[in-house]
Write a protein that binds this ligand. Structure first.
Ligand code: DAH
Length: 431
């Protein structure tokens, strides 16, 4: 994975230089620490041994029935594991008492108040989309890294789990919508740490202008849309974060030109809030908007919710532990999460000779497949090539439950399975 893509979760399509990017261990994205003392009483641990819930065989999404076998198949064109299938249909963004749902509603509130309910809202669109919807319709180049099997979950060669909510722009335009917000779960193969999870949530915003709207201003359509976009999103950032300092950074996305990122100065750091821009004319033209201009934006809800609610680890959003879920209230943005426990992590190292097809995302998929949400972080700690040209990687895996202490036996068993599967599934030679 290149540096630019290694922070894929939030700026998948951005092609800024690596120096302007945070890499996940450095400063631009705050690392969080638990701030209150741990609870003394040990929690009753309700998780299954591997931290995963049993997999259902079918579910319904926005009126579409989806069977496990439609999504997880033993076929070289498919790379969706059960752990991902089990996340389909969870719809955290539709829970009004969950931080992701509370944040979605707060953004809705801003748009409803400022645009007199003009934005149509979608939060139930099926996450299974075609390669055309996910990539071609929004002009993602044929050779773009995001199309790779290493980065995206493919159900078959023509169908993916959407990796961004931009996948719905074209169909909604064709259906005649000119102002819309799309919220949904998105899926990306990725590494493991406190801010990265293979499923997260995005909101996409889109607004179309007709010529009368900009002609009166004396500006050209693109400048008019860019100005309106910036005003709208600065207002949104103030609605969510209060009177913060903001700055605009030039960016690259295949679907917009010009493209920008909005950053705010928050908790003593510049933090990227969203990506946006003026929609490429080709997208509008291809979808029935001949003389219009439009703006679009996309934001990652977890990223914002982590800082707004003080949530230190992205896995917590998926916790059913009442000590997490009971802390949040419908309609309330100001609540800060109080850590209920801090169980000790356990670190296990493993070294192996990699082969040509080895990728860190594949390793992380194996680790998540075995340990589920008990895997807290996978970190490359040593990397060298010997005289024969063989390359060795040593990874440190941190296991930690949010809900209870893990026993040595449990961790040893997880690590044994990880080692076994790394060897058989990734075809590498353990050292
Ligand atoms: N789809 C982008 C991503 O996932 C986010 C984004 C950027 C959406 C710019 C937009 C946009 O609509 O205009 O990284």
């Amino acid at each position: 994975m290149t540096m630019a893509m290694s922070i894929a979760q939030f700026t998948f399509f951005s092609r800024a230089t690596s120096s302007s990017f945070l890499n996940r261990t450095n400063a631009r994205f705050n690392r969080f620490t638990f701030s209150t003392p741990f609870s003394t009483a040990d929690a009753t641990c309700t998780r299954k041994k591997n931290g995963r819930l049993p997999v259902l065989s079918a579910l319904e999404l926005g009126g579409v029935k989806i069977a496990r076998d439609d999504v997880v198949r033993d076929d070289p064109t498919n790379n969706v594991p059960d752990s991902i299938f089990s996340k389909l249909g969870m719809q955290l963004h539709k829970r009004n008492q969950h931080p992701i749902g509370i944040l979605k509603n707060a953004i809705y509130e801003y748009f409803d108040a400022n645009y007199s309910n003009k934005f149509d809202k979608f939060d139930d669109l099926c996450p299974l989309v075609s390669v055309k919807q996910n990539f071609d319709d929004v002009l993602v180049p044929a050779d773009h890294i995001s199309r790779s099997y290493n980065d995206t979950y493919y159900v078959d060669s023509q169908t993916v789990l959407r990796c961004h909510t931009s996948a719905h722009q074209a169909e909604l335009l064709r259906d005649g919508h000119t102002h819309f917000l799309v919220t949904g779960d998105v899926y990306r193969r990725d590494s493991i740490d406190s801010t990265h999870y293979p499923v997260f949530h995005q909101m996409e915003g889109f607004r179309v202008f007709s010529p009368e709207e900009w002609e009166a201003s004396g500006l050209d359509g693109t400048s008019y849309a860019a100005g309106d976009l910036k005003k709208c999103l600065e207002g949104l950032a103030r609605h969510l974060f209060g009177a913060v300092e903001m700055r605009w950074i030039d960016a690259y996305f295949p679907f917009t030109n010009p493209s920008f990122e909005l950053e705010i100065y928050f908790q003593e750091k510049w933090m990227e809030v969203l990506g946006c821009g003026v929609t490429e004319q080709e997208i509008l033209r291809n979808n029935g908007q001949l003389d219009s201009v439009a703006w679009a934006f996309g934001l990652g809800l977890e990223r914002l919710a982590m800082v707004l609610f003080d949530i230190p680890d992205i896995r917590l959003f998926w916790s059913n532990d009442e000590r997490f879920t009971s802390q949040f209230t419908k309609g309330k943005m100001g609540i800060k999460f109080k850590p209920f426990s801090k169980f000790p992590p356990c670190f296990k190292d493993m070294s192996f000779w990699i082969n040509e097809s080895f990728t860190e995302n594949n390793l992380c998929e194996v680790v998540r497949g075995v340990a589920g949400d008990l895997a807290e972080e996978v970190q490359l700690i040593d990397n060298f090539t010997n005289k024969k040209g063989m390359t060795s990687h040593c990874y440190r895996i941190a296991y930690r439950s949010m809900e209870c202490s893990l026993t040595d036996e449990e961790i040893n068993e997880l690590q044994r399975k990880v080692r076994e599967q790394v060897e058989t599934k990734l075809n590498v030679e353990l050292r």
